[in-house]
Design a protein around this ligand. Structure first.
Ligand SMILES: *[C@@H]1O[C@H](CO)[C@@H](O)[C@H](O)[C@H]1NC(C)=O
Length: 276
């Protein structure tokens, strides 16, 4: 009877979003390798001594969160190791570097420093929980002087503000030099979180321009026409001779809204972003 219960507990279910479903075997040591394309959610019951391995693309890292639950509580049952070696160090919530400039709405997450990780179950959990494993970008503290980075929008992307004033082209290249892109504000949530993190007292450059065709605004970083917009009333005021071809938000004139200003002569801060 005890053996039968063990077999039942050893059954592990995996659901995944945007990935092929990876069937995890119910073998004795639960040694299962998973490639994380985007994200995987694993769902108990988990059994004692189970070891699960996860790996994502080479220049990315892994983020672990507990869905509708508490990471601290869940860590009583397993440890997450940074890498696939038997002696790879344990990731600890308390030791986690606080990279976040503003993440009050985001769950507690654990990050690896490399593309692989191992979960080792110490004991079978007494309650069920789901563990989400996501591909994430590395997010440094800053990009050098006068800058600050954080996971301000979600657990997997990274945003960095630079508080040095430059024109729009120079801010574009500053982001590119740091392997990032000048920000595209795709929706109200992204905009609110970025503005909550770094304010709107100073103007900030974005990648929105109509330099390619007067009157057609384009997020240069993603080459998309905006679906979400937040223009200051009466802006943009396009005329054929208009040289205000770039969008900056913030500052005394436009406040939290978007203004069309001169790309070459306006000096402003900027936000760069990196997506997984
Ligand atoms: C808003 O944009 C962010 C960043 O691109 C994205 O992660 C998020 O899914 C978007 N949210 C909605 C509701 O579309």
């Amino acid at each position: 009877m005890a053996k039968l219960v063990g077999v039942v507990l050893a059954t592990l279910f995996v659901s995944s979003f945007g990935n092929a479903v990876v069937p995890l075997g119910a073998n004795k040591d639960c040694g299962v390798y998973n490639f994380v394309d985007n994200e995987i959610v694993i769902d108990g019951p988990f059994n004692e001594n189970c070891i699960l391995q996860f790996e994502t693309q080479e220049n990315r890292i892994l983020a672990f969160t507990v869905v509708d639950g508490d990471m601290k509580e869940a860590l009583r049952f397993f440890s997450i190791h940074d890498g696939l070696e038997s002696d790879s160090p344990i990731l600890l919530l308390e030791n986690q570097k606080i990279l976040e400039a503003s993440r009050k709405d985001l769950p507690a997450a654990l990050y690896t420093t490399q593309s692989g990780a191992e979960i080792r179950f110490l004991k079978a959990p007494t309650s069920n929980f789901q563990l989400k494993i996501q591909k994430a970008v590395i997010c440094p503290f800053n990009l050098g002087v006068d800058s600050q980075c954080g996971r301000v929008v979600d657990e997997v992307s990274c945003y960095c503000a630079t508080f040095t004033n430059r024109n729009q082209a120079d801010q574009t290249m500053y982001c590119v030099d740091n392997k990032m892109k000048l920000i595209s504000l795709e929706n109200a949530t992204e905009e609110e979180r970025v503005q909550a993190a770094w304010g709107t007292l100073s103007p900030f450059w974005t990648s929105l321009t109509d330099t390619r065709r007067e009157g057609t605004w384009l997020w240069e970083s993603s080459m998309t026409v905006p679906e979400y917009t937040n223009w200051y009333p009466g802006r943009p005021n396009s005329v054929a001779s208009n040289t205000d071809d770039c969008m900056a938000y913030g500052g005394a004139t436009y406040l939290t809204f978007w203004g069309d200003v001169n790309c070459a002569t306006t000096m402003a801060h900027a936000v760069c972003e990196a997506q997984p």
